[in-house]
Design a binder for this molecule. Sequence first.
Ligand SMILES: NC(=O)c1ccc[n+]([C@@H]2O[C@H](COP(=O)([O-])OP(=O)(O)OC[C@H]3O[C@@H](n4cnc5c(N)ncnc54)[C@H](O)[C@@H]3O)[C@@H](O)[C@H]2O)c1
Length: 305
Amino acid sequence: MHISSPTAWSSSDDTGHKIPIQHLTKPGLQSDLENPKPVSTHIPTEDGGYQIYKAAGKLEGKKAIITGGDSGIGRAVAILFAMEGASSVIVYLPEEESDAQETKRRVEEYGQQCHTLAIDLRKKENCQKTIDVSLQKMGGIDILVNNAAFQDMLSDISELDESQWERTFDTNIHSFFYLSKYSLPHMKKGSTIINCASVNHYIGRGDLLDYTSTKGAIVAFTRGLANQQMLKGIRVNCVCPGPIWTPLIPSTMSSQAMEAFSNPPMGRPGQPSEVATCFVFLASQDSSYISGQCLHPNGGIMVNG
Ligand SMILES: NC(=O)c1ccc[n+]([C@@H]2O[C@H](COP(=O)([O-])OP(=O)(O)OC[C@H]3O[C@@H](n4cnc5c(N)ncnc54)[C@H](O)[C@@H]3O)[C@@H](O)[C@H]2O)c1
């Protein structure tokens, strides 16, 4: 299988600077992303190639809810979970239906069920509906992946509209609270919650002030909930990705920000598959002695925490 190298995602302008190849309109469809396509199922090899993810039955029979599962990191999580034996409900915005259907098709290639739910998670009643539909379709919930997010760039707090602040918090942290609260009564010993934060709150990005604030809240929420649920045998952890090639980036970032984005210490953006492996680890018993912690698939960026 041929996959474009992750370093080939930018071209050069006549000054020799790397420039992004494309921008997408929000929320951004993965099907519109080209050159290269995000990689969901293959892992980079030492010699610069890719090999298919090697599954080992780590999530056999598990039932997962994956928000933002239509594209990017969420899609890669849904497919790797399926390769490991888990079925899923993926949740996304209605305008992303075509991406969701592609995720479903790819999950089903691995013999697992993938139920699709187009719903806006900013409303708490929709978070409750997500749990109700998941119980109805799968008969239980073993894993909750809180991954959906909204971001938009602004240079100064004076430009940050109150409605955007609220939208970002409603999507990125309030939905995590409601989905966790409504899932937990149906979870049992061995169940896991995995939240998606970001490297950005460790950096303190001023051009993503609202988004960065929610990502810090997610880490604190992870730690508090982990301590609360520890003795019930339910583990709660967090993944804090660095620059990953998904629709979120070309649909929300300026050319300048994307140029910087392509250059972490490892010199390339990461692929969704390279983040999804962290979710598999945290969902499985391989991480049985880990709770309240963050993993950092971020291309080598040093963080304190
Ligand atoms: N791509 C990166 O570089 C990067 C870096 C750090 C963190 N992250 C985090 O990774 C996670 C996944 O993002 P991605 O990069 O895969 O982008 P993505 O655009 O593929 O996924 C984001 C998803 O959020 C969902 N979503 C947004 N608002 C919603 C709403 N109101 N209701 C329901 N669903 C909603 C969308 O369906 C979308 O699929 C996010 O939490 C993001 O903050 C991404």
